[in-house]
Design a protein around this ligand. Structure first.
Ligand code: BYC
Length: 470
């Protein structure tokens, strides 16, 4: 169905055909706008930004580009087209028709999944709200705001499902999504990584590479859901998510590129004096963002995850192309666990190990990105490799959260950890140093000294295009 932009809430779900729902969402809309005004990007709200807006949900040409002021962005409800006769691909209901309504017995579990997903979206906007004034270029500033408005739209996606399918509890949960706050002591966001700060642009680029990539894997798993409206909304969200990961991957690649240039120019590994970020320091940021993102997949063994799968609510990555029974009744899966202070591999029931299965796919994907950055370093003739630390390093969720693990995967004592962690994670001084490099560059076509220019502009525009009209 085409997107209806005449309506107050743009949508392709025939909202005007359901007056009650339309009214409920129109009541939620001012709350969303107040949240955006209060917790969205600081500054730039009255500026014209070169943004893309969804205009149709098919793969070709879903986006139009043009100048928009962020508060006037057309947030709305877009679901990918439904597959005709879609059948459930996994779990106890495998083979049955996909559901257009929520089965009563799964209401609580499904609502919890949708709320957890929905909560991350406004959280990330809150985390990134201070970054505008220190953007390394207008190109990057525009990308930040594109990410922010789309996270806002993802919040709309989950608020729609809550309003449309969960009655009064759903409305209450949709309101609560506007009231929790990233980092708040009294009313924090649900998942750990979404209460961390994103204090500088290096953190932002790492976040969009590592944490948005968790989003990709979680959304892809929810896109398999037997609950068809959830599957369809997640399918469309994935197309938006791709740009966010592009921002992270190319952004870090540009920092690496710039660092390598400075290293060669000044014949030193220590480019801080010349306004660059050492590769070793980038490794520490990588260690931090990777480990907090690994936590987002939950514990290695999880009955929650097993239940979600058996119920048909959340599948595996690429569920349909997997060659097994899609029910995992008698299948095992090898996972990493801690056993008497040793890290070991153990076969466990695959059904319980679904969080780890998804984490494994994520790790492979992260490694691909890191190897692309390493190609840049190698091409510069520099002998250094960025690495993903061991999966047990610096974990707060799962088996390894009970021990201290080095980036190489060795369990160490608390005392050893205390003596060495400054070699592995950014120290307060290093964060302060990175912060000191963050000066806002607002001249079109100019880039801060710690990051290189991108290979090309957005939507075939030149690099010195006025991506934000100041
Ligand atoms: N922080 O059984 P377990 C995105 C809790 S990112 C705090 O392993 P489960 C985006 C857990 O709730 C994608 N608590 O958990 C990216 C449970 O609590 P109870 C977001 C945590 O349920 C960038 C207990 O620990 N989407 O879209 O199997 C920008 C036992 O754990 C955490 C989703 O996450 C944590 N990290 O797995 C913008 C998808 N981890 O039951 C957006 C929906 C676990 O003891 N969520 N706990 O009270 C899920 O599928 C699951 O909730 C999780 C957790 C995979 C997150």
């Amino acid at each position: 169905m085409a997107i209806d932009y005449v309506e107050r809430i743009p949508n392709n779900v025939n909202l005007s055909g359901n007056r009650r729902l339309q009214r409920a969402l129109e009541q939620w809309q001012p709350g969303f706008q107040s949240w955006w005004a209060e917790m969205g990007p600081i500054g730039f709200q009255a500026r014209e930004i070169y943004l893309r807006t969804a205009t149709s949900v098919d793969a070709q040409g879903w986006a139009t580009f043009g100048y928009v002021k962020m508060p006037e962005y057309r947030w709305g409800i877009f679901l990918a087209d439904g597959a005709r006769d879609r059948h459930i691909a996994f779990g106890d209901h495998k083979g049955g028709p996909a559901w257009q309504e929520v089965p009563g017995e799964y209401r609580g579990a499904l609502r919890r999944l949708i709320v957890t997903q929905g909560d991350t979206e406004p959280a990330s906007v809150e985390q990134q709200r201070y970054l505008g004034s220190t953007s390394p270029s207008l190109y990057d500033l525009r990308n930040l705001f594109q990410v922010n408005v789309e996270e806002g739209r993802h919040l709309w996606a989950m608020a729609y499902l809550l309003h449309a399918y969960f009655g009064r509890d759903g409305r209450e949960e949709a309101d609560a999504l506007l009231h929790r706050r990233s980092g708040s002591a009294d009313n924090p966001r649900i998942l750990g990584a979404f209460n961390e700060q994103t204090p500088d642009w290096l953190s932002f680029l790492m976040f969009t590479f590592f944490t948005d990539r968790d989003g990709k894997y979680q959304l892809a798993s929810l896109a398999e859901s037997a609950f068809d409206p959830l599957a369809r909304t997640c399918r469309f969200m994935l197309t938006e998510e791709a740009h966010h990961m592009f921002v992270g991957e190319t952004g870090i690649g540009r920092v690496v590129q710039r660092t390598c240039e400075l290293m060669k120019q000044h014949d030193t590994d220590e480019v801080g004096r010349f306004g660059g970020i050492d590769l070793k320091l980038m490794q520490k940021y990588l260690n931090f963002h990777y480990s907090v993102s690994l936590d987002l997949f939950g514990a290695e063994l999880s009955t929650n995850a097993a239940n979600y799968f058996s119920m048909g609510l959340k599948g595996r990555f690429n569920e349909e192309s997997r060659e097994d029974d899609h029910q995992l009744k008698d299948v095992s899966y090898r996972i990493t666990q801690v056993d008497e202070n040793r890290i070991v591999q153990k076969d466990q029931p695959a059904l319980l190990a679904l969080n780890e299965t998804l984490r494994d796919a994520y790790i492979v994907d992260c490694a691909r990105g890191v190897s692309r950055w390493n190609k840049v370093i190698k091409a510069a003739g520099i002998d250094f490799e960025l690495r993903l630390p061991h999966r047990g390093f610096h974990r707060a969720i799962g088996d390894c959260s009970t021990v201290k693990v080095t980036p190489e995967g060795r369990i160490v004592t608390e005392a050893e950890w205390a003596a060495h962690h400054a070699q592995w994670l950014p120290t307060a001084e290093e964060r302060q140093f990175v912060g000191s490099l963050m000066v806002g560059i607002t001249e079109p076509g100019k880039f801060a000294g710690w990051i290189g220019p991108p290979a090309r502009g957005i939507n075939h525009q030149a690099l010195d295009f006025e991506y934000v009209k100041l």
